[in-house]
Write a protein that binds this ligand. Structure first.
Ligand code: HEC
Ligand code: HEC
Length: 319
């Protein structure tokens, strides 16, 4: 006799029974079963439409002919079609014109992030601020060795840079070195140091750092009167620079400070254009077949360098 209290719906049982407890054979809910069949059906539909069965060299293609790489290429083509008018416009503009055009400026900045990350951040740090003590100049401060106008920056990137300061170990005695270190520290704190200044002048430091010790752009020499340091404001580090110089091949302890060249071609072109303007000639009349050999190295294109110059300029320190 069925037990109405424990089996109110009179469901059949499976015949399994433990200590008087029977295993009932309740059917699965309809909605659940329907979804099961539906998902089974979807598997078959997808199987027919999309690549599915992996074979030896490739998989079955599916009726739609869809592939991930094709979708990626189509998306990329869409992005490139959107970028093309900007890229064309950018190529025809000078860096200064880009800075004055908010829409183009936004585009140049947006598309330079990856370029900077790939080529520059290893030395200069993301955002142009290198790790402390790494020995690379900060591009986001107000201090520029070679100038902070967008054209100066473009030239720095195209041409590459290497500051030259001779080692002074053999040229100065210990007392003179001490005095010069003190002079540099005093100058950075705005303190007049007349004896130091006299030594600075008589030992020829002024020839590169300028009579006012504020640095000379054309030489890439550091400003010694501010608190922004190319290397360090630490007295030992200042002493090291004075004793061993920068990029002085005759001194094994010299500081190495070399910015790679990114386009020999553009560096020549920028120089020739600047010379033409200085001589009151029309830069459009330059005969480039005369100026370029055709085998100049180019690691980045002119447009890429222009974008990067604009990007670096807006880090905050551009002039
Ligand atoms: C291998 C390291 C290295 C890489 C990579 C590098 N730089 Fe430099 N960069 C330097 C060094 C070192 C200097 C300073 C040269 C000197 O002291 O005379 C410098 C100087 C500069 C300056 C001049 C700074 C000033 O104060 O005048 C700019 C601008 C600059 N780099 C931008 C870039 C950009 C943009 C890139 C990427 C395309 C880049 N650098 C890649 C090492 C590097
Ligand atoms: C031939 C040119 C030249 C002469 C001479 C020269 N310097 Fe320099 N000095 C440089 C350059 C260029 C730099 C920047 C190096 C770089 O980053 O590439 C520099 C950097 C320095 C720095 C590092 C500043 C910082 O911000 O970290 C100090 C300090 C310095 N010079 C002091 C002196 C003193 C003192 C003398 C005279 C004894 C002197 N220099 C003579 C070219 C010169």
């Amino acid at each position: 006799m069925a037990d109405n209290k424990n089996n109110p719906n009179q469901v059949s049982d499976t015949g399994h029974e433990w200590d008087g407890i029977k295993e009932l054979n309740n059917p699965c809910p309809r909605w659940w079963l329907n979804s099961l069949w539906l998902s089974g059906l979807l598997v078959i539909v997808y199987f027919i439409l999309y690549p599915s069965l992996p074979l030896v060299n490739e998989s079955t293609k599916g009726l739609l002919g869809w592939t991930m790489i094709k979708e990626y290429k189509e998306d990329l083509a869409k992005v490139e079609a959107k970028r093309a008018p900007f890229e064309d416009k950018l190529a025809a503009m000078t860096a200064e014109e880009i800075l004055a055009d908010q829409e183009m400026l936004n585009y140049a900045i947006g598309s330079s992030k990856v370029l900077f990350g790939d080529n520059c951040a290893a030395c200069h740090g993301t955002g142009g601020a290198p790790a402390e003590g790494a020995g690379y100049p900060n591009l986001s401060d107000d201090d520029w060795l070679f100038g902070g106008s967008v054209n100066d920056i473009m030239m720095s990137i195209a041409k590459g840079r290497a500051g030259m300061m001779p080692a002074h170990e053999k040229l100065l005695n210990t007392d003179e070195v001490d005095q010069l270190v003190k002079f540099v520290v005093d100058s950075s704190n705005g303190i007049q140091n007349e004896a130091g200044m006299a030594l600075y002048t008589s030992k020829g430091c002024f020839a590169c750092h300028g009579a006012d010790a504020k640095g000379i752009k054309a030489m890439g020499s550091a400003n010694l009167t501010d608190k922004i340091w190319r290397f360090s404001g630490d007295e030992d580090q200042i002493r090291h620079t004075i004793l061993h110089g920068v990029n002085d091949a005759s001194d094994p302890q010299t500081r190495v400070a070399v910015m790679p060249q990114w386009s020999e071609k553009l560096a020549i072109m920028l120089q020739v254009r600047a010379d033409a303007i200085a001589d009151d000639e029309d830069p459009n009349d330059i005969d480039w077949s005369d100026e370029l050999e055709g085998d100049e190295g180019e690691r980045l294109t002119e447009t890429e360098i222009k974008k990067l110059a604009v990007y670096v300029h807006q880090f905050g320190g551009g002039q």
